[in-house]
Ligand binder design. Structure first.
Ligand code: RRO
Length: 304
């Protein structure tokens, strides 16, 4: 009842996945439940070389959501392939989606190929990191986005599923989405965090080390639903929807707007078992509504 296909050669056992970056490489989430029961684990974005990330503080909680300024900290693709992916697999039959970031087309291609060779089920090309200098370069320009997508597609060969993750501020995200789909991406991940900042009024000081950060959580949910709905209507490709998912209602809303899978991120800070609860809750909700197959819901929202 819960299986969804997210592209060529990629069937998830259910639509609930973890958002990239939320649990580092997924191992941090393993103490809370069996990762193999989730649709997939999307790992933190990986670059060719290790990166230390931005100066602290890197996380600020606001009533509307969480601001992060991690700055793409990661141990580099070598360590991820040699140590982290094997450790993740040792926990069980986990479906792993690799997330890739970089500063050049060559870096995206190299990291994508290394992760694909290491056996990830699919890739997510992160063209929208808000917290590093070159982070949104590719995701803000349809031509550059298509260029990096085409290069990765050619290197991976036909048939390997890869999605492109986009933000929706400062770019014409639909134009970028159209360009990457034409260039060979098999789907989209929508949305990355939105730009934001928080202020310590007493000290007259910005609260994040780098000044600005990426906002996630309930505040961005309507924006994310809108982006998923727009992209689905126009492009009809598989989409992982994310932004402020906190309950089964939110999962259903994303599916109805056209998402094939739904990622949880900052909602797990308060409820670490959220992802597993959403899988169970979705099963129950479908049974209650007499929906035989979750795929019946995808894109089925009607206007008023
Ligand atoms: O590491 C980060 O600061 C980060 C990344 Br790569 C991203 O894609 N989105 C985000 O909110 N933070």
């Amino acid at each position: 009842r819960l299986a969804v296909d997210l592209g060529p050669n990629l069937v998830l056992k259910n639509p609930v996945v973890t958002a990239s970056g939320t649990f580092g490489f997924g191992l941090e989430y393993a103490p809370f439940g069996d990762l193999a029961l989730l649709g997939a684990v999307v790992i933190k974005s990986v670059t060719r070389h290790p990166r230390r990330g931005n100066p602290p503080p890197r996380l600020v909680e606001t009533p509307a959501g969480v601001l992060n300024s991690i700055g793409l900290e990661n141990p580099g693709v070598e360590k991820v392939v040699k140590e982290i992916l094997p450790a993740l697999r040792a926990t069980g039959e986990v479906t792993v989606i690799g997330s890739v970031a970089g500063e050049t087309v060559e870096e995206y291609v190299e990291v994508s190929c290394r992760l694909a060779e290491a056996g990830v089920a699919a890739l997510e090309l992160n063209l929208s990191c808000p917290n590093v200098k070159a982070g949104t370069l590719f995701g803000h320009d349809p031509r550059l986005a298509a260029q990096v997508t085409r290069a990765v597609r050619e290197a991976l060969g036909d048939g390997f599923p890869f999605l492109v993750k986009l933000g929706v501020v400062g770019n014409d995200f639909l134009a970028v989405a159209r360009a990457v789909v034409e260039a060979g991406a098999t789907g989209l991940s929508l949305i990355n965090t939105l730009p934001g900042l928080a202020v310590d009024v007493k000290r007259r000081k910005l609260l994040l080390g780098q000044g600005t950060g990426g906002l996630s959580g309930p505040a961005i949910r309507p924006v994310a639903l809108w982006a998923v709905w727009r992209a689905y209507r126009e492009l009809r490709v598989p989409i992982i929807g994310m932004g402020g998912v906190a309950g089964v209602e939110d999962v259903l809303a994303f599916l109805l707007c056209g998402a094939r899978a739904v990622a949880v991120g900052s909602g797990t800070l308060a409820f670490p078992r959220l992802a597993w609860e959403l899988v169970e809750g979705l099963e129950q909700a479908l049974a209650k509504e007499g929906v035989e197959d979750v795929r019946e819901l995808i894109g089925m929202v009607a206007g008023s």
